[in-house]
Design a protein around this ligand. Sequence first.
Ligand SMILES: Cc1cc2nc3c(=O)[nH]c(=O)nc-3n(C[C@H](O)[C@H](O)[C@H](O)COP(=O)(O)OP(=O)(O)OC[C@H]3O[C@@H](n4cnc5c(N)ncnc54)[C@H](O)[C@@H]3O)c2cc1C
Length: 280
Amino acid sequence: MKPAPFAYAKARSLTHAVDLLTQEDSRLLAGGQSLIATLNMRLSQPALLVDINGIDGLGGIALKVGQLEIGALTRHAQAERSAEVARHAPLIALAMPHIGHPAIRNRGTIGGSLAFADPAAELPACFLAVGGEADINGPQGPRTVKADDFFKGLFETALTPRDVLTAIRVPAANADTRVGFAEFARRHGDYAMVGLAACARADGARLADLRLAYFGVGPMPLRARNAETALARGDIDAAVAALRNDLDPPDDIQATGAVKRHLAGVLLRRVAKQLMEARS
Ligand SMILES: Cc1cc2nc3c(=O)[nH]c(=O)nc-3n(C[C@H](O)[C@H](O)[C@H](O)COP(=O)(O)OP(=O)(O)OC[C@H]3O[C@@H](n4cnc5c(N)ncnc54)[C@H](O)[C@@H]3O)c2cc1C
């Protein structure tokens, strides 16, 4: 199918983009890997596409005061190949190869992935697991939203239709940082049936500040807080059992909720093992 007719504007600056987005029925265009498909299927029919690809300063990866800042227009492929991401955001580096295929990663952006907030997507869960922050600019000026407050529901985030996500910031990893990532997908590169992104701080033999973020099990990435408490004590069996209170995955075309809950436990055992291993 072809999209319904729309107008197109190339934003010259962030201010210009925010200004254009105040127009009725406008929609921001980044990598287009999700948006263009929804237009072609006529799931969405905006009157105006606001292209942010020409705006300087929305890309780039930089270490700033203990945080790694990743510009919203950074392509998945750039993050995948970045030495800074590998060193300072190892969880994101682990997840990158699971996002679609190289052609999608060449165009798709970090900002687009978070703004779209597909419940089965890898990056939103990583962002939640590391406790990142989103920098947003809109008609009321800039603001920052913490990952715990960013996801609101199915494909819903703290972004309004008038906002531009400009960058994400994640705490820079250090020698004590432990991360784990695993997912089940029907084929490599597919959206996950169930996935788990995790981050913690090694405190002797224990794990402190543990955050387990599941994806593909609900309307948005979800923390498994009861399992976090049990796993922080080092009790993997209790952590797997606690998932019963943390997750209630609905049936979908991929699997029943019961199968997804079982897979969530299998992933937890794999990820727990990764978390216990020291970084090389
Ligand atoms: C075949 C296929 C397989 C894929 N598989 C996976 C997968 O396994 N895992 C995965 O995570 N993703 C997957 N994707 C999606 C891919 O990661 C997309 O790149 C991503 O979801 C959207 O990023 P984008 O830059 O292309 O955004 P776009 O498609 O341009 O935009 C998506 C939405 O986000 C909004 N938006 C984009 N950027 C911003 C911003 N800076 N501020 C505010 N709003 C913004 C747009 O207005 C739009 O509503 C797949 C895509 C395809 C086509």
